[in-house]
Design a protein. Structure first.
Length: 180
């Protein structure tokens, strides 16, 4: 790789590493695994950097991250592993402790529920609702049809609601009453 291409890659990696790490964490629910996924993704990007169109490098990186995560989740030792540990929280000294506690509880509830959603549905939910990508871009990233994205999103939301209901039945009843 030429020096200018290498510098280009270094700048890209420096700018997008946090974004990739956050997306990886939302997919896998483990900061350490997320860092490994980002490293593997950046390695794949580095190897293909000469061939990547710079106008679509974010989409390429997103697709590479998804494939690395799916490959990792298919490994035999990952199937037997259960991650129920505590999630890292960042402190906010200016926030009201009661409000901060509720936000942390809500975030923890959603992340635990998201970890129970099947991988493809989780990927669709993260890309569609967290990354706020249009259906067409999600379909391109996952290599499937837009209709598949829509059905996976629908099923994923159902599974997410069911997981939340299993975790907190009171919240499920409150949500049902509000929607009626």
């Amino acid at each position: 790789m030429r020096a200018e291409q290498e510098q280009e890659f270094r700048e890209f990696a420096g700018e997008r590493a946090l974004w990739l790490r956050r997306s990886a964490y939302l997919l896998c629910g483990d900061w350490h695994l997320a860092e490994d996924l980002v490293q593997n993704t950046l390695l794949k990007l580095y190897r293909a950097w000469r061939r990547i169109d710079r106008s679509t490098v974010d989409a390429y990186a997103r697709k590479a991250l998804l494939r690395v995560w799916l490959d990792e989740s298919r490994r035999p030792w990952r199937r037997a592993e259960r991650r129920d540990g505590s999630l890292p929280d960042t402190g906010d000294g200016t926030a009201d402790p009661a409000e901060s506690g509720l936000r942390a509880w809500d975030r923890d509830l959603v992340l635990r529920a998201l970890s129970e959603v099947p991988p493809k549905q989780r990927a669709v939910l993260v890309l569609r609702y967290w990354e706020d990508l249009p259906t067409a871009e999600v379909a391109a990233a996952l290599g499937c049809a837009e209709g598949t994205v829509k059905s996976q999103a629908s099923r994923g939301l159902e599974n997410l609601r069911a997981a939340i209901a299993r975790t907190d039945p009171d919240l499920a009843h409150a949500t049902t009453r509000r929607s009626q």
